[in-house]
Ligand binder design. Sequence first.
Ligand SMILES: Cc1ncc(COP(=O)(O)O)c(C=O)c1O
Length: 341
Amino acid sequence: MNTHWEDLQNQIDIIKKKSLYRKCVETSGIDFCSNDYLGLASNDELKEEFIKNARLHTTGSTASRLVKGHRKEMTTFEQNFSEFVGTEASLIVSTGYVANMGLIDTIADSQTIIFTDRLNHASILDGIRISGGIKKYYHHLDMDHLEFLLESISLEPNYSKKKKIIVSETLFSMDGDSPDLKRLMKIKRRFDCTLILDEAHALGVFGDSGRGMCFEQLESEEIKNIEESTKIYEREDKIRKEKEFINKRSVELSILDEKANSLVKESSSMIETNLKLRESLDSLKSRLNSRESELNTLSLSLDNQRKDIDAKLEALKYQELRINKIIKERSIDELLKVNNV
Ligand SMILES: Cc1ncc(COP(=O)(O)O)c(C=O)c1O
């Protein structure tokens, strides 16, 4: 019988045979694949802020938020962020991976059916897995297929007892495509589902002031409706608390202690890193505004250049007409001369 390690080695060998073995390589050359779309990672202002804060506080949180890692700056950040994206509450965590795992694990259980776009990020799939929820894939961006799956499930005997969640990214980074959010909202309402939208790649880039794809595709009333979906949980006390956790102030200690482990029990220095963005939110907004005005100037100058080119083309056409006319007249003259008329 193989040892555990021999088994693992066999698994790796099989992966290698299928040419699916993955390796991290040091990057070089021009960056066409990072998700640092706004260049914030190398922004000097942010770097300065980061160093200043590291001197002022600790480089790590020293404990989870539940123990002693919580700081008032976190609350301030969350309030600022909520204001920015127009939500009732926010919860800052170290990474998007942790956010998806914690959120889905918190609101789903074995009685929950989770409809997930086939190409959703691994963190969403891991969240579904650890929640114990029932996973149903729908074809990438295919709202007809999603609707078909929901209709089929609504015919099952225990359907009414099941909670339903639809989860999708709003911008798929690999292909750069997006779901039809208006249609997604209609489906969510029709089947009384909770809708989770992951704005990881759209925030800062799409929507008014970079507030995300929801602001690009939906009206503000529709955006409010996304949160409204948690109301289906109000009947049960335990789940009501979870609703509070998502919608109300984020530091409801008893609730967080009970469920959202990955959100408040991490003691990662990454939260500290993210906090530096608190001061940078304004800088992000002004950066977006200045990018917008840069683009406006650019498009203005392009417009002027286009007008210039149009005018030159017009002049060239006029000259061409004149030349053609001269050639025609000359050839008539020459024809007359040759024929001695
Ligand atoms: C849609 C989506 N959600 C979540 C994540 C995870 O975010 P993080 O890299 O911050 O863990 C990613 C990572 O690229 C992502 O593409």
